[in-house]
Design a protein. Sequence first.
Length: 201
Amino acid sequence: MVYVIVLVGIIIYYLLIYYFMIKPNQKALEKTNKKLKLLYDLSMRFHETITLEDSLEQILKQVIDIVNADAASLFLLDDKKEFFYCPVAVGPTAREIVKMKVPYGEGLVSKVEQLKSPLLINDMSLEKNHFKEVDEALNYKTTTMICVPLFVKEKFLGAFQLINKKDGNSFTVEDSELLGAIASLTSLAVKSACYFKKLNK
């Protein structure tokens, strides 16, 4: 009987270790592996024959899955620096937002250009630079956002945005760093794609 009690105690002890130490670390490891796979896929897609827009769309779909976001988009500055346009978006408003333009100098994309650093906003109601016209046109409420600028040297190209956690939680610095890594990897490819479009006009 004593041996049975000891055995049960040992089993409970290792179950507690698994649930409170090993299992949480497994989840973190799985999330890290997803991020590494995402960055690997990103680098490989640029060597394939599909368009940059298709590549970025697939990458953004993976990003919102990993960070549990509702939507993501890329806004680029037009050649004349008059407005931002959205060539790539994923999420419930993707079809509508790719048709929209935001005046240069307005919104958070312009703000990250000035700051030359990402913005992590978990209460959009307090953000004065939020371009509310987009939400109004889309009948959509942005509550949280990460906005990361794209630079090639000193040249500003635009910004990536992650919008609204699906579970209602806040975005984290870790989420911002992931989007920042993607922005760093894609900025040169975006610049090259824009340059080739000019040549082909």
